[in-house]
Design a protein around this ligand. Sequence first.
Ligand code: RM4
Ligand code: MN
Length: 392
Amino acid sequence: MTDFASIAPLLEGQAIELPSWAFGNSGTRFKVFGSPGTPRTVEEKIADAAQVHKHTGLAPSVALHIPWDLVDDFAALSEYAQGLGVKLGTVNSNTFQDDDYKFGGLTHADAKIRQKAIDHHFECIDVMNATGSQDLKIWLADGSNYPGQADLRGRQDRLHDSLSKIYDRIGDEQRLVLEYKFFEPAFYHTDVPDWGTSYAQVSALGDKAVVCLDTGHHAPGTNIEFIAMQLLRLGKLGSFDFNSRFYADDDLIVGAADPFQLFRIIFEVIRNGGYGPANPDGTSPVAFMLDECHNVEGKIPGQMRSVLNVQEMTARALLVDREALTAAQDAGEVLAAHQILMDAFYTDVRADLAAWREERGLPADPMKAYAASGYQEQIEAARVGGTQMSWT
Ligand code: RM4
Ligand code: MN
């Protein structure tokens, strides 16, 4: 098996983007719990995200959600973030919280409502231009609840039309990233339910349009690493929204429910050339992001645990002896090939990662270091009445 020292350089520069909404209050449709220290402003969400990066060195950027994170001056917000050692990243649009969108946004039968949804995306692109963000991420709540309710084909055609108008405004250094989800809030059909639909829609747009794979957006039992491989093979895997789930779109800490699945996904990303720093030809690697909500656990530690889990499974996946694996696969040595993969998965890299962090001036145990830093006590005392919301 490959040893840690030889893969250590490959961990350099790993970046996992944090969602601003992970720091707000969140819950379920039954109850949104308040938590002490909740950010009162977008700036405070960014300050919390900067703490995650400070202690782990893994999270140098923060994704925004518009309109949740609307401010008057995005260039100033960007400078503020840089002052805290982080950048503003992906801009997420939102066409799911306005009465006009009851029957859809970009797919709506009424041209006026479609235009409203398109204009919202233009506004998001303006934000990206002010912040220097690369990705516009689009997740649609569009769909229907009852057979016969909607013209499935008509909605697909209108979606193409709307996305084309948005794509025309995407700058040369920017990307349109289309996320899929198989159900919820619509329960009969969803307009972008799966990777194939997202792939068909982005392929019809052009090179700057790619797919976002949210790990919580599949039916139970789906082989997600296969999808990652296929999208990489097709050159269309733009990004991941990482989280973990037991039942539906649970948005729990990535790697908590099924660390082995996370390992398998990252292994396919590595094997298929999707891991690493920006490619020499200037094209983007696959962006790693979190899309999570922390309903019962601490939010800053929850985000820290998440990025550490991604790093840990990345290290284990890098340890796979790929040459030996290919040889065993080609020779039809089933159990030998399986064992090569499992040897890497079962390798405990925690001590090596702690040493790796210390060499870089980071705390060996980021969770402990954050708890001892006093930041949590400070925000709990200072931010009385914080009501910034996550997505629920
Ligand atoms: C959606 C989807 C999007 C996220 C929203 C809040 O389910 O996963 O990525 O932005 O939730
Ligand atoms: Mn998502």
